[in-house]
Write a protein that binds this ligand. Structure first.
Ligand code: MG
Length: 391
């Protein structure tokens, strides 16, 4: 049973914003708003599964936004947010799999949810029935009749509430069923439904960056925030594998006939190992051995594209972008030149980036050193990324 499931609510039609595309499917520097949201939860180690609630007309854009993430099929929402969440909870309760312990409900249009915020919500659930992120109200708050001020509201204890809102699954399901049978009242968030059911809901610190993209100006704000916080980083990687008996070597995911093979970690693809380390280096997130220890038998003979994809997932989970990767393979033989384009295409495909962002080069060491003596193959790589400065 997964301990924590994220339910991303994306069934709104964005009637508050003009234009044909609902705001959660709008492009935000190369990825839809919803894609960014789904990736943030998908990449979080404490989240066992991510499900989304969508509008019945949005099956196609949703499939696009969720491509490759391996999420369960989307759940169809209803006329209000409250009905959409209830549909989501009911679908999870009816599923063949056992119900999760905790459920985190999140707005699909809040793409900048951080891993730290998800952690805070999950941690707080150890001591409370529910946990919601809040921010202080900084401005003075007034009540008006639409034109004139009626009164100044005492802001002591007031806060603004965000998502993800976390709850014990069965308690929230019961609270929603109760709210539905109440009829008249419409609730705008799940915490109000939990409060009405008498549950104990705790607050955790929210984040200014965790904005909800509702209006056109929010989209501009999201773009400005992404741009203002981005920085460029370069990571480097280097790897060597020795020759052993065999009839081909795998370089950059491509099998090249040779009278020897490479020995060592996984499929010994020295080129992909160097490239994986370059991406991890740019992220400042250890190296290939940290994530996939050579002592772990699961990685024996493993396709190294798996390690490269994992590094790329870590990059995307932190809202980073691979600008360019440059790889140099160093050996006397086999000749890499004839396979260069195949390697380039294979790497571009594995990383899901355009081939123009990948460079593959090969060189010899003029007969000098261990590569010159044909004892093994070396590879070095650099990866240039852009990433939010706070990531
Ligand atoms: Mg290696």
């Amino acid at each position: 049973m997964p301990e924590n499931i994220a339910l991303v609510v994306a069934a709104g039609r964005g009637s508050r914003m003009p234009g044909d595309t609902p705001k959660q499917y709008r492009d935000l520097y190369g990825r839809q708003v919803l894609r960014r949201t789904l990736e943030a939860f998908h990449a979080h180690p404490a989240i066992g599964n991510v499900r989304a609630v969508i509008h019945p007309d949005d099956a196609e854009p949703f499939a696009d936004a969720a491509r490759g993430l391996g999420l369960g099929s989307p759940i169809i929402g209803g006329a209000t947010r409250q009905i959409s969440v209830r549909n989501g909870l009911a679908a999870l309760a009816d599923a063949d799999a056992p119900a999760p312990a905790n459920i985190l409900i999140h707005d699909g249009a809040r793409p900048f949810v951080s891993a730290a915020l998800i952690d805070r919500v999950i941690s707080a659930l150890a001591d409370a029935d529910g946990a919601v992120p809040v921010l202080p109200v900084i401005d003075t708050v007034k009540r008006t009749d639409g034109k004139r001020i009626v009164e100044t509201v005492d802001r002591t204890g007031l806060c603004r509430v965000q998502t993800p809102q976390g709850f014990r699954f069965l308690q929230l399901l019961a609270a929603h069923e109760r709210a539905a049978s109440d009829g008249d009242r419409t609730y705008t968030d799940d915490a109000s439904i939990a409060e009405a059911a008498g549950l104990d809901v705790m607050t955790v610190q929210g984040e200014d960056a965790n904005i909800k993209i509702t209006h056109d100006e929010d989209m501009a704000r999201a773009q400005a925030w992404l741009l203002s916080t981005r920085e460029t980083r370069v990571g480097s990687g280097f790897d060597v594998h020795a020759f052993g008996p065999g009839d081909h070597v795998r370089l950059g995911g491509v099998d090249i006939p040779h009278d020897r093979a490479l020995a060592g970690h996984s499929d010994a693809d020295v080129a992909l190992h160097a490239l994986t380390d370059a991406i991890l280096g740019a992220l400042g997130d250890g190296d290939i051995g940290t994530h996939f220890p050579p002592s772990d038998l699961r990685w024996q003979g493993k396709d190294s594209m798996h390690f490269l994809s994992h590094a790329m997932e870590l990059l995307r989970a932190r809202h980073g972008t691979l600008v360019h990767a440059d790889l140099t393979i160093i050996c006397e033989a086999p000749r890499v030149g004839p396979h260069r384009d195949a390697i380039r295409m294979r790497i571009a495909e594995g990383l899901a980036v355009e081939p123009r962002r990948i460079s593959v080069k090969a060189t010899t060491t003029e007969g000098l050193g261990f590569t010159g003596r044909a004892e093994g193959i070396a590879a070095q790589a650099s990866a240039t990324i852009t990433i939010g400065a706070g990531q």
